[in-house]
Design a protein around this ligand. Sequence first.
Ligand code: ZN
Length: 436
Amino acid sequence: MEKTRVSLLIENVDIFTVDDDYTEYKNGCIAVDGNTIVYVGDMQEGRAGYEGDEVIEGKGYLALPGLINTHTHSAMVLFRGYANDLPLWEWLSEKMWPLEDKIEADDAYWLSLLAMAEMIKAGTTTFSDMYMFMEETARGVDEVGLRAVLARGLQGPDESSDKRLKENRMLWERWEGKAGGRLKVMVGPHAIYTCSSDYLRECIELAKELDTGIHIHISETKGEVTESIEKHGKPPVLYLEELGLFEVPTLAAHCVHLQDEEVDILKDRNVSIAHCPYSNLKLASGFMPAAQFMEKGINVSLGTDSASSNNNLSILKEMQLASILGKAVAKSAQVLPAKEAVKMATINGAKALGWIDEIGSIEVGKRADIILLDTNKTHYRPIDDMTALLVYSGYSSDVDTVIVDGNILMDGRELRTIDLDRVYYEVDRIKERIMK
Ligand SMILES: [Zn+2]
């Protein structure tokens, strides 16, 4: 029988597909043609049917769908290690905002590139970003080869709030579906405490007009909830429901402090929550009861939030913490087992970003966003339940190879599409100028 020629074949590799049945293959094979997965399964059958232009020997590696970071502010890598040990409001208003005013467009490009390098090194293939100068981030995503959902961070009203809305619209016009379909654009109202009711209504209208979703922070701190009740007579989710926000697909970051009635609304409205446990803990915002919300049927994905409140952009780290913290909060070791945690980091993220048809699992017909982890490490021995080992023992530095849309972005931990020395040089210069 004649073999089908494909662009990439990964042989003898263990595979977590994260499909509906969570199918695993020992010594399996993945065939990729162009940007699409055309075969996943048994090695013998794969070798008999396919011949690869490029072949990766996968023995000793574990293939996973690329990890998905559903909430970050990538250019904030500039503030990594700065203004530690402060609660959210002081950290944001006294430390972050004054310095953010000094960031220029070209800075955002290099800072985003540093974030992307870190994310690739930690196995992230898709990220959802909310910040300023998103055109620059889009340009970086296009060049680097990652997949992203970008939203212009919006606050208002003030002298620049109309301009920001225009920038969000322009971002959509220029980048929605671009970079070979690797880019999407959402509308990004920052939060209810930085946007007025009228401004939020404008954001909702824009999202409806563009037929896209909204990415927003909701109920991150107790203070936000108290202020909402004082100002609007109701907690954040009820207030946003009344404004009509959830009529558009919504990605809500945090959701740490919710009343039962609010949880029901999020469920009914199919809102996805970007759970950012590390950032919530570092800023002492609280603990989101992930297991409880997932039992209710809410889609919970993972986010790192920015590198200044985390301080890494590692979804593997969030996955581990989400599982461990989820158990502690629920007072049950049985909740959020390892498989659930892997789903939060992959397929749930794809769902949260409206991208489930194309990414989030290793299945025939989906885009080839695949990572290979080197399992020939002390912390994986003796090898037994690989899912549990990955979630409870793995490190981001185990990620060896990163493939997005069929292209290899990292190989043997060497980045192929980012000149890291140049990025370090530029970021050091930016830091000198802004942080002085
Ligand atoms: Zn955030």
